[in-house]
Each structure stands twice: as structure tokens, then as C-alpha cells.
Design a protein. Sequence first.
Length: 299
Amino acid sequence: MKKLNIIRFTTRNLYLITFLLCITACKGPTPGVTPEKIVFSGERALALVSEQMAFGDRIPGSEAHTLVGDWIITELEENGWEAQEQLFSYREFQGRNIIGMAGSKEGEWLILGAHYDTRPISDRDEKNPWTPVPGANDGGSGVAVLLELARVLQTEDLNKSIWLVFFDLEDSGGIDGKDWIVGSTHFVEQLDRIPDEVIIVDMVGDSDLKIFYEANSDPELMAEIWGIAAELGYDTFIPAAKHSVLDDHTPFLQQGIPAIDIIDFDYPFWHTTQDTLDKVSSASLEQVGRTIQHWLVSK
């Protein structure tokens, strides 16, 4: 009789232990912690570059340009982000900035941006200067990083507002008198409040990635990002200024908003017909994406 009571007592404990283990396993991720299943994937980001390339040349005014914008909206919404369009006119074009919004309404407001249009001519290409730039790295890589971040960010745990902004009409500057950075300039002109910090991601897929400080960018914000890259063991982020670039961070800086440009401006296929998918590295995309993800989680 005593032995039977011991067996019944042990069984009750086993049930209790099983119940507690089930509760633990069913709980969501701990706030601020990045489980393996939601870590930024370079392979997935590379696939997102490939999907953009499948649309063709994303030149403003073209069908491919319209379709890739629609696709960006779908990707955002499927990952739980609220997507909005900001329409504007520029010359004969109907511009469209696309904004993905998520996170807390309180706390900091952070903007991550990239342009999704591609350049109509390859003016740095000696053999084919009038052929459109395919835009795998110049355009495609930044969009891919932002969309993969849309998948992995657990925005409800970040205690901040995050906007992913896909700028239009960035890359037609100097053609028939057109301006650069048209979409981001319009976006900043329409702001009714000031974001805390802005990060622009452009040309970050080069297999020989070397990201120097951009000379115009906010020094404190650069130091934060490059410091996190160093902690993660990424020597592709080089904490020394090399280039001064007019890019989508410029309109923010002109309004006194802390902004930086994460860009590898030594990309040898810039504005040529050789800016193709085979030049883009999943490892490079992953290093940039994970650096930004860690920065967002740590803030």
C-alpha cells in the first residue's frame, strides 16, 4: 500500500513537470532577445534581390517599376507591417514612396530607408552607356535588407516606432537635367514631426564589401553602428571616412536630423550593365542586416 502511494505521488509530479514544460515551450520570445528562427538571413535577402530582378529594369514610369512597388507593399503587409503610399509628381512622372510602419507609438521614431528605382542608363559603361542599369546591388540590395528586416523584427518588443521607407526617383539624376534623391527630398518636405535617427542602406551586396564612414553622415550614429559590427566580428565596416556621397540621407541631414548612409561606394559595377545578381553576396547582405537588427534590438 505504501509503495502504491509513492507511485501515485511520482505520477502527479510527472504530470506537473510536463505541464510546466509545455507552458515554457509555448511562451513567445523574450522581449529584446532574437531567437534563431528570426535572425536575419542573407540567403533570404539574396532571394529578395532575385525577385526584384525578375521584374526587369525598375525605371520610373515603366511597368516593372510599378509592379515592384506593388510587390514591396505585399511583402510588408504579409509580414504584419502597415503599408502606406506617398504619391508625388515630378516632371512627367508619378512618384511613389512606400512606407512600412510598425512598433510602438511611444518612444523613439527610427527610419530605415532605401531606394527601389533603378537608373535608366549605364553611363559609366563604356560599351553600353545607353542601356538601363540592372540594379541588383544599386537599388536591389537595400530593398532586400529592409524587407528581410520586416520579416525578422519583433517590433512589438522593441518599444519604439520603426518606419521602413522605400524611396522613389533617387537614381535618375543628371539625365536630361533631372535631380537626384527626388523621393527622399519630397518625404522630408512633408514631415510634420522629426524622426530621432535615420539609416539609409544603399549598395551593400558587393561580394568584396568594404563600408567606410560616409563623410557627411552623423558621426555619433556611425560610431554606434560600426561599433556593433565590430562586436559581431564584421571587419567589412571600416571606421574611417573615404567618400562623400549625395544620397537619400542628405535631405534629412539638411534639416538637422541625425542620418547616415551605409554604402559601399567602391562597387566597381556602379551604373554599368554589370550590376547583376551574380555580383551580390548573401554574406554581405547578412552582415549589414544583422548589424542593423542588433542595433535596433539594443536601443
